[in-house]
Design a protein around this ligand. Structure first.
Ligand code: SAM
Length: 327
């Protein structure tokens, strides 16, 4: 960290290792390379920088001996998928258009999941498609067919624009409420090999958050049918209802993959949403939880939450929950 006198820029240590300039306050001590120590810290002797790195919810301590081999097998063998996908240029798969959505998923990550859970010619369903992370992931692979349902037409339009611009196959999109899934002619009789989705989690996005991803902001839509707008207590029941219908379209031995990010715990509730979701989905007949992968998104910045008084987790990871239909 470089300290330059006369510059009052606010200090944030980013996960990208960006250097920050600022003047010291009277209670701050320059610890050189370690960063700045806050003498009001009653918890430990860490500098702000050390604190911020400690509260990262993901800590990688193991490194492969052979980098090449690690790259090759990383996806299959690691329970933690560490990524830093580009957010501009050709390799971003139209991220600059997709970013009108509060939480677009990277198609490259989805592509790897689809490649694991389906064969060529496979059909994939996403009942909450947003701007099409799942559909784009399917199109990045050879001969996959995907169907997406989304309430908000402008997200579908954006998806279509990305397909055109990136010269990717446009998959089937349906502007509808996912609650109607079994009444939609184009899909009601289709057996799917994989359901891969990233649902809205109740009114999570509109809540004031302390240790969350600051990129997630605002509600997805103002539509009252949007699962993102239903009260938290009602959400689980509604979500299970939709998934119960969707799962009737899933082939026997087909997989269900759900993205989920935990919320900050409170003294009233642990808020491990991933665990609540697993409990809820397991109430559905013939669907079984098989485990999870953790996705560590390294494009998200670290912030010194709680510093210098108390531990607040910097959640840079999401759960990829994996279920299988077994009749
Ligand atoms: C977390 S986002 C999905 C983002 C997506 N994975 C992507 O890459 O863009 C969830 C989406 O579900 C949509 N949604 C919410 N309730 C819905 C419903 N009842 N039927 C269909 N779509 C719904 C929201 O508008 C939102 O775009």
């Amino acid at each position: 960290m470089t300290l330059v006198e006369g510059n009052d820029e606010k200090g944030i240590i980013s996960s990208k290792g960006r250097k920050v300039k600022r003047i010291l306050k009277e209670y701050e001590v320059d610890k050189g390379e370690r960063g700045v120590y806050n003498s009001k810290n009653r918890l430990n002797d860490l500098t702000g920088r050390e604190w911020t790195f400690f509260i990262n919810s993901v800590q990688i301590t193991d490194f492969a001996r052979d980098e090449k081999e690690f790259e090759l097998w990383k996806f299959l063998q690691e329970s933690i998928i560490e990524t830093r996908y580009p957010t501009n240029g050709k390799d971003s798969v139209g991220h600059n258009l997709r970013k009108i959505h509060p939480s677009p998923k990277p198609p490259q990550l989805i592509k790897d999941l689809i490649a694991f859970f389906t064969k060529e010619g496979g059909w994939i369903l996403d009942p909450f498609m947003g701007v099409g992370g799942t559909l784009l992931g399917a199109s990045l692979l050879e001969s996959r067919n995907a169907v997406g349902i989304e309430l908000e037409k402008r997200y579908i339009d954006t998806y279509k624009e990305v397909c055109k611009r990136e010269a990717l196959k446009e998959q089937l999109t349906l502007c509808d409420d996912a609650r109607n899934i079994l009444n939609i002619d184009q899909i009601k009789n289709r057996p799917f090999d994989l359901i891969l989705t990233d649902p809205p989690y109740a009114d999570m996005l509109s809540r004031k958050r302390t240790g969350g991803d600051r990129k997630d902001k605002g509600a997805f839509t103002s539509d009252e049918r949007d699962l993102g707008n239903v009260p938290f207590e009602q959400f689980f029941y509604e979500f299970r209802g939709i998934m119960e219908k969707a799962i009737t379209l899933l082939k026997n031995k087909g997989y269900l993959v759900i993205f989920c990010k935990d919320m900050q715990p409170t003294n009233k509730y642990h808020n491990m949403l991933h665990s609540d979701i697993v409990n809820e989905i397991c109430k559905i007949k013939n669907i079984y939880f098989k485990g999870y992968k953790i996705w560590y998104d390294k494009t998200i910045n670290l912030y010194p939450y709680g510093y210098p008084f108390s531990y607040v987790s910097n959640q840079l990871h999401q759960f990829i929950l994996i279920f299988r239909k077994e009749e």
